[in-house]
Design a protein around this ligand. Structure first.
Ligand code: ATP
Ligand code: SF4
Ligand code: MG
Length: 317
């Protein structure tokens, strides 16, 4: 069996106002094995959403993936045609998007979007079957009075309920992987914790792999799986979340865990020095002369820092 999801050295660019290519993600590595939980953490703008959109071939134009390998169940997502990608979306990987409006059409009653992926993949047909599936899914994600809720409109739900309904929709075609981009602005921390508990339960009950994006390191640690830390468009540390919370190797992860305010990421993603050099209390001259590569760290983890490995990133396209 190929690894469920793999991203190697992802680079995503958008044109700037003069039409020049501006890199917004440059150096993300990620992998998700069957049945595991991976939490992606990082500050706003670090590239979390674009990374998971790239995994499903959904980077919005005029943005584009300009470098890297992206594979879902062994399929090369960058080379795949739209029909192949449609076959993967929903069925291999179900996606809960960050923007609540991206998950639901405001004029459709919930049963439609919640059963949509199952219909698209030929698992249900007809309104009666779709409504029954929607009711089951809404109940499975813990929404009370699910049979009545199938006829609700999205605006009649609270933020937390809407997020659960979006999870229900992402489960409809029985995917192997559930990808959830945390709606940080819409949910309070209690709802976020509840959402992560729900994902943990679904992983257990359905044998799902879960890839979840969160701002909250404590919540990421509570998932108990692996954690992947993004900073300035690149993966800076990967490891078992419990180990990483106790002994983070990368100075950026250390700052995040200590709740220290770090300078916001540079507008230009440098390839000639460490992107955390201006915020790093342990910076050395070497850190301004080359960009560290993601290398082996503690206990099977990975870390991108010259304190741990002298390997510099090789220049590429
Ligand atoms: N449509 C776009 N056009 C231009 N730049 C974009 C676009 N979408 C994202 N970016 C840039 O790409 C970078 C990464 O964006 P992304 O949405 O992946 O961040 P994020 O880590 O998900 O942040 P947040 O936690 O705020 O959701 C940001 O610097 C952002 O400005
Ligand atoms: S490479 Fe240098 S500047 Fe960058 S995180 Fe490591 S010690 Fe700090
Ligand atoms: Mg985001």
């Amino acid at each position: 069996m190929p690894t469920l999801a793999v991203i190697e050295d992802l680079v995503v660019a958008f044109p700037d106002t003069e039409g020049r290519r501006r890199l917004v993600v440059d150096g993300v590595w990620l992998d998700v094995e069957d049945g595991e939980t991976v939490a992606v953490v990082g500050a706003s703008g670090s590239g979390k959403s674009l990374t998971i959109l790239a995994l499903l071939g959904l980077v919005p134009a005029p943005g584009e993936v300009v470098h890297g390998h992206v594979r879902l169940v062994g399929v090369d997502v960058r080379a795949a045609d739209e029909a192949t990608l449609c076959g993967l979306r929903g069925r291999t990987a179900g996606l809960v998007q960050q923007e609540p409006s991206a998950n639901f059409n405001p004029v459709q009653r919930l049963w439609r979007p919640v059963s949509e992926a199952a219909k698209r993949h030929g698992l249900v047909s007809g309104v009666r079957e779709r409504r029954a599936l929607a009711a089951d899914l809404l109940a499975e994600v813990g929404l009370e009075d699910a049979p009545a809720m199938v006829d609700a409109f999205p605006h009649q739900l609270s933020g937390g309920q809407r997020q659960r309904a979006a999870v229900a929709a992402a489960l409809a075609a029985r995917p192997h992987l559930l990808v959830a981009d945390e709606p940080t602005s819409a949910l309070d921390s209690v709802s976020q914790a509840e959402l992560l508990r729900l994902l943990g339960r679904l992983r257990h009950e359905r044998g799902l792999a879960v890839l979840v994006v969160t701002h909250d390191l404590e919540l990421a640690t509570a998932t108990g799986g692996r954690m992947l830390v993004l900073h300035a468009g690149e993966t800076v540390e990967v490891g078992e979340s419990v180990r990483l919370a106790k002994g983070p190797a990368h100075p950026y992860t250390q700052a995040l865990l200590a709740g220290r305010v770090v300078p916001s990421a540079p507008a230009e993603l440098s390839r000639s020095r460490c992107r955390f050099v201006d915020g790093c209390p342990r910076a050395m001259p070497r850190c301004r002369q080359a960009r560290p590569a993601l290398a082996d760290g503690l206990e099977g983890g990975l870390v991108r820092c010259f304190l741990w490995s002298d390997t510099a990133e090789a220049a590429h396209g």
